[in-house]
Design a binder for this molecule. Structure first.
Ligand SMILES: CC(C)(COP(=O)(O)OP(=O)(O)OC[C@H]1O[C@@H](n2cnc3c(N)ncnc32)[C@H](O)[C@@H]1OP(=O)(O)O)[C@@H](O)C(=O)NCCC(=O)NCCS
Length: 181
């Protein structure tokens, strides 16, 4: 861990809440005029990083982005609204939830486009991991997200351990199916 020995005072979820609104332009879209998935992931990453930055008040890097379903197309000319907040802070890492809506500019209708969970790690200018403040969930929804975030962390850790074991097993049997040429 870093030179920061004492953990800073806890912060509220409200203090991490962040929002971004983008108008979708042709440069963001595919040949049919629909927002590109990769561009949406970029906006999600940025909005997530804002919440992580507000919580940690130091540099953050994206360590993981969970599975995302794109449930609603977004077209050129639509307004994309992204909201994020920290769900739970651990030692140097924290989980952020990002929810995305599309606003139809003429009608003002709002539709849910995607949701994602991201993990950011706080680092200093030399890239050393930093201790971050604890998060204080205040409302019932914040408490629910706080508890769910721990379950997702345990799931991610189990998945990482499973993949590492699989990789080790493949290295031990390089001539079997699955080994790269
Ligand atoms: C993320 C990174 C700093 C982790 O470094 P590391 O030395 O592997 O860190 P550790 O194993 O000691 O883990 C540090 C923390 O990150 C978390 N973490 C690390 N990898 C993770 C992953 N893939 N998913 C979720 N959490 C992760 C750990 O759980 C730990 O959390 P805690 O301190 O809150 O308990 C490092 O892998 C890195 O720099 N990655 C590139 C990040 C980047 O450039 N992102 C932009 C996209 S390319």
């Amino acid at each position: 861990m870093s030179s920061t020995e004492t953990k800073p005072a806890a912060r509220t979820v409200a203090s991490t809440q962040s929002e971004m609104t983008e108008i979708i332009l042709p440069n963001d879209a595919n040949t049919l005029g629909n927002l590109l998935g990769g561009r949406l992931m970029h906006f999600i990453d940025l909005t997530g990083a804002m919440a992580a930055y507000r919580h940690s008040r130091t540099h953050v890097v994206t360590a993981a982005m969970d599975h995302i379903d794109f449930i609603q197309p977004v077209h050129v000319g639509d307004l994309l609204i992204l909201k994020s907040s920290v769900n739970r802070a651990f030692n140097s890492s924290l989980e952020v939830g990002v929810k995305v809506w599309v606003e139809h500019p003429q009608t003002g209708t709002l539709l849910h486009v995607a949701s994602a969970y991201l993990v950011f790690v706080a680092i200093d200018e030399q890239g050393r991991k930093q201790k971050i403040p604890a998060l204080l969930p205040e409302t019932p929804n914040e408490v629910r997200r706080f508890n769910d975030a721990l379950r997702r962390r345990e799931h991610r850790e189990a998945e990482t351990a499973r993949r590492m074991q699989e990789r080790r097993a493949q290295t031990a049997r390089p001539n079997e199916t699955g080994a790269r040429a």
